[in-house]
Design a protein around this ligand. Structure first.
Ligand SMILES: NC(=O)c1ccc[n+]([C@@H]2O[C@H](COP(=O)([O-])OP(=O)(O)OC[C@H]3O[C@@H](n4cnc5c(N)ncnc54)[C@H](OP(=O)(O)O)[C@@H]3O)[C@@H](O)[C@H]2O)c1
Length: 305
């Protein structure tokens, strides 16, 4: 997996033999594990999903099958890992499932870290959905989170607050909409011959490729000790309207341009406000650069694969 262009690789540092603990290893977590293993890092993942655990174990990851909101994993993971990444996500179980996996999961992690005296660097992957701002504005990390955009946003904000109580350095990465290999809903819809897509054509999307998330996590974990824990937005360089993205994809797939229906799809919980998420801070503080600065580079990689 290539994450960095040749001249800007914090991964040049030798991390072999260091310990990484990943909690909630799904789409992003697995990619992170692969990257870490490739650098000789001892990697342990906590996942409640037995199938995921088996897949990770086959890669060479030490796995612990447990619910991170519980405490039974506390004695089954390395005592004091150098790096800890919480990239748990709850798609199931409604609002209670959300609270359980995010808030209670982070609370359990804090209890564990305090009890063990773990001072390794933490990365928590939050979401740009904590920002309530819409109306086309540009949103950086200084934007107010009040009033919370939704009950789910409120839980994520609470989880971020808990993460700040981590005994070591803690970075909170607010991720934009994730896409990448195996995760490309609009492309799938076009390939399936959908003629009508939900959502407004002119609505801007803030996206980030999975591998650029892994590199952002890595930039945070590998940051010089002088860099204190802080919040960063992680999104590519170019918010794009749905129309622009779909026009480009339709041409690649060779299908007719579908129509947009202004209603959100019935499966969507909330309509994402219209704004541009700013990524200047992570670039200037951590030197992060997306390998896929816009959807074009990202989808070219996906279509090429
Ligand atoms: N999707 C997006 O566009 C988006 C946007 C912004 C931010 N994010 C954030 O990005 C991060 C990575 O997302 P992702 O796409 O990699 O998520 P994902 O593919 O859904 O993976 C999340 C993993 O967490 C596991 N998990 C959930 N609750 C758990 C618990 N209580 N104990 C142990 N494991 C648990 C899931 O296991 P199960 O399979 O058992 O559920 C799954 O393996 C998440 O923090 C998410 O909130 C996502």
């Amino acid at each position: 997996m290539k994450l960095f262009s040749e001249d800007e690789c914090p991964a040049d540092a030798d991390f072999s033999g260091r310990q990484l603990l990943v909690l909630g290893a799904g789409y992003v977590g697995e990619a992170l594990c692969r990257w870490a293993l490739g650098r000789g890092i001892n990697t342990t993942a906590v996942t409640r999903n037995a199938e995921t655990a088996q897949g990770l174990a086959e890669l060479g990851v030490r796995t612990v099958t447990a619910d991170i909101a519980g405490h039974d994993w506390h004695t089954r993971v390395p005592e004091a890992p150098d790096f800890v990444v919480n990239c748990v996500s709850s798609g199931k179980g409604g609002i209670e499932g959300y609270r359980h996996s995010y808030r209670d999961g982070m609370a359990s992690m804090i209890a564990w870290a305090r009890a063990r005296g773990c001072t390794g660097t933490l990365v928590y992957t939050s979401s740009t959905s904590v920002y309530p701002q819409g109306g086309g504005v540009r949103v950086d990390e200084s934007a107010s989170l009040l009033p919370p955009a939704s009950e789910r946003a409120e839980i994520l904000i609470e989880t971020e607050s808990l993460a700040r109580a981590w005994p070591g350095r803690a970075f909170i990465l607010r991720l934009a909409g994730i896409y990448g290999p195996g995760r490309h809903h609009l492309l799938d819809a076009l390939r399936a011959g959908e003629v009508a897509l939900a959502g407004k054509a002119e609505h801007r999307l803030n996206l980030v490729h999975r591998d650029d998330i892994v590199s952002a996590i890595w930039c945070a974990l590998a940051a010089a000790p002088a860099v204190s824990g802080q919040v960063f937005n992680v999104t590519d360089d170019q918010a794009v309207t749905r129309a622009e993205l779909v026009t480009w994809l339709s041409a690649r797939v060779g299908c007719a341009m579908p129509k947009f229906e202004s209603q959100a799809s019935s499966g969507r919980r909330t309509v994402v406000p219209e704004r541009t998420i700013d990524n200047a801070r992570i670039k200037s503080v951590l030197g992060w650069r997306p390998l896929y600065p816009s959807f074009r580079e990202g989808y070219r990689q996906i279509l090429g694969a």
